[in-house]
Write a protein that binds this ligand. Structure first.
Ligand code: SF4
Length: 323
């Protein structure tokens, strides 16, 4: 099997809150109903379910727990007595998850959970007053601290098409990066990796597009490992920026430029009109991308054919089909 064969057959691995994966592990013995996107995710990604509260020995049913304390000193404790503090055990479990599943390239957390929520989790005072909804769950926070590159979202936020696209884009990129690390890092492979991501980065964050090129070009000033670390942090940070209709259109026009000598004037005009229709919200991104891919399949261009921008995640997820 060649490197490229293994890339196409090995699906990215996502962690997922066990209750979202259909297991009756919530404090009341119920599951949590996943949204349509989460329900369909296992067709395109491998998934592995984790429940931090069960893992640290809390059974089902169990007394509910919640976040209590000031913003900079939050603990996760039982609601009733506040004498059982699970903070350290749940945070430690995040480390165990990353050790058990080193190929994780993203994690679907659980909205609102004091363990697994991602942003906007409720925080209370010791006398039970709701202070704010401004926290990550303890497990989510510990995951982010242990692996700052790991894309995280909760099921609620994944209802947003822009966040959904950002999440799957980053998860697939991180998977791709871990495959590269598995093959063995060389300067040549790093440059080839960056080359494939150029237009995707441009779609998400032009300043990163401008800075990553010189970073890789001046590779000799850093050790290869230092360069790789800086590179992947900048790349993943770039992809956290939302791509917009404007930025996607900019990339589409750049790619269309590679066809100017190979397609007819009428085809060029049709392509430009479709990109403009996309930019103004008349058609989804998949429409101009499909036409571009069609033209590049008739007029192959090795540089463009390798661009991740054209296929950043499984097409069947249909995240580019939203107008
Ligand atoms: S939200 Fe997290 S801790 Fe709570 S039941 Fe689901 S997986 Fe377990």
């Amino acid at each position: 099997m060649t490197d490229s064969d293994s890339k196409t057959t090995q699906k990215p691995l996502l962690g997922i809150g066990s209750c979202l994966a259909g297991n009756p592990v919530r404090y009341n013995g119920e599951t949590k109903k996943p949204n349509e996107f989460v329900r369909g995710i296992s067709e395109h990604f491998d998934t592995r379910a984790f429940c931090p509260e069960m893992a640290i020995g809390l059974g089902v049913p169990r007394p509910p727990i919640r976040l209590v304390g000031d913003e900079d000193a939050v603990r996760i404790v039982d609601v009733k007595t506040q004498t059982h503090d699970y903070t350290d055990a749940i945070a430690d479990y995040a480390q165990q998850v990353l050790q058990q599943a080193p190929s994780l390239c993203g994690y679907i957390l659980v909205k609102g959970s004091p363990s697994c929520g991602y942003g906007r989790v409720k925080r209370y005072s010791q006398d039970g007053q709701h202070l704010a909804s401004d926290q990550n769950g303890v497990f989510a926070d510990a995951l982010a601290l242990a692996d700052p590159l790991l894309p995280l979202e909760d099921d609620g936020r994944l209802n947003d098409p822009g966040l959904r696209e950002s999440f799957v884009t980053r998860a697939c990129a991180y998977h791709d990066w871990k495959l590269l690390m598995g093959e063995g890092l060389t300067a040549h492979r790093l440059i080839a990796f960056y080359t494939r991501y150029k237009y995707l980065v441009m779609a998400h964050h032009v300043p990163s597009y401008k800075s990553l090129g010189p970073l890789v070009a001046n590779a000799s000033q850093l050790s290869l490992q230092e360069l790789a670390t800086q590179f992947i942090h900048e790349l993943m940070a770039a992809l956290t920026h939302r791509a917009t209709r404007r930025s996607h259109s900019n990339v589409l026009f750049h790619l269309a430029g590679y066809l100017k000598r190979t397609i007819t004037t009428a085809q060029r005009q049709r392509l430009a009109a479709l990109i403009e229709d996309y930019r103004t919200g008349q058609v989804p991104l998949v429409v101009p991308v499909t036409l571009l891919k069609h033209h590049f399949s008739d007029n192959p261009n090795a540089y463009i054919d390798g661009q991740v921008f054209l296929d950043p995640y499984p097409e069947e997820l249909r995240v580019r089909n939203v107008v």
